[in-house]
Write a protein that binds this ligand. Structure first.
Ligand SMILES: [Zn+2]
Length: 289
């Protein structure tokens, strides 16, 4: 079963960087709404577009979701009336259970609105189909892969990363976990640290992170904190698992509640929990980030 969902292009861009799409309708989060609004066919999607998105001018992307992959990810699809007060009205598929893994999105195409109420799904997939941009991506990715291969043949893990800042400066990093006894010294973290130190800022807005392999959850987190605008990778978590790395298992930790057993995380009651934030908010010289 294939479902359709109308996403704001910016939200989809963020999802591609983080691995998860977390919006529902009109920018509201799945967490707020409780589920992801979807539709069951192009006609229903066209109806939603004219009824709900008529006044929205931001670029939109039509996502096609594979229900089978959603189920495998621990999510479930429920058919419900669009208006709970009117069960005789139009019914829609709603996806429950949390954010949508990008892997469950079978297709993403920009929505072109030719006229009010009329929709055409364009085959123009945006900047990735721009040959010059694609060549730059391929060149930087090749450099990350070269770094990884050399590192693997010498004293490090088989991972390399390149950060290209908004103004074109290039920084690189390799996996230094075993050589420095630093479990966080993944190639992406190393490259982001180099970039931050190099440009003299913790904010790498507009930068692109190229990495030889799909970022693990830690590196995705680092990419989010660094505010890079995009992440491009070569091999995926399955390739890493085949080489003996735990990336797939750790992604599973976040994607499936029954994997939490590998490392319980618990909140302990304490009356002092918010003291640091009180001190932070009281410090008028603080640097926000
Ligand atoms: Zn990592």
């Amino acid at each position: 079963m294939l479902l359709q969902h109308i996403a704001e292009a910016a939200a989809w861009e963020r999802a591609r960087a983080t691995g998860f799409y977390d919006r529902s309708t009109l920018g509201a989060s799945i967490e707020q709404v409780g589920f992801l609004h979807a539709s069951g066919d192009p006609d229903q999607t066209a109806g939603v577009l004219s009824a709900v998105y008529a006044g929205v001018t931001e670029p939109l992307v039509l996502l096609t979701l594979d229900a089978a992959v959603l189920y495998r990810s621990g999510l479930r699809v429920v058919m419900e009336p669009g208006d709970p007060q009117r069960p005789s009205g139009e019914w829609f598929p709603h996806v429950y259970g949390g954010s949508i893994p990008v892997a469950a999105v079978a297709e993403a195409v920009p929505v072109v609105r030719a006229a009010p109420g009329e929709t055409v799904a364009s085959t123009d997939a945006g900047p990735e189909t721009d040959p010059a941009a694609q060549m730059m991506d391929q060149a930087h990715l090749a450099r990350a892969i070269d770094l990884a291969t050399v590192n693997a043949s010498t004293d490090g893990g088989p991972f390399g990363a390149v950060v290209v800042t908004a103004d074109g400066q290039v920084f690189q990093g390799t996996n230094r976990v075993t050589t420095t006894n630093d479990p966080t010294a993944h190639a992406e973290v190393t490259a982001l640290r180099e970039a931050g130190a190099g440009v003299g800022s913790f904010d790498l807005t507009g930068a692109v992170l190229y990495t030889s392999c799909e970022p693990c959850p830690m590196c995705l987190g680092a990419a989010l904190w660094s505010r890079v605008s995009r992440v491009v990778f070569g091999a995926d978590r399955r390739d890493a698992a085949a080489a003996g790395f735990d990336d797939a298992e750790f992604h599973g930790y976040f994607e499936s509640p029954d994997r939490r057993g590998i490392m319980p995380v618990e909140q302990q009651p304490t009356g002092r929990a918010t003291e640091p934030f009180t001190a932070w908010l009281a410090n008028e010289a603080r640097t926000g980030y």
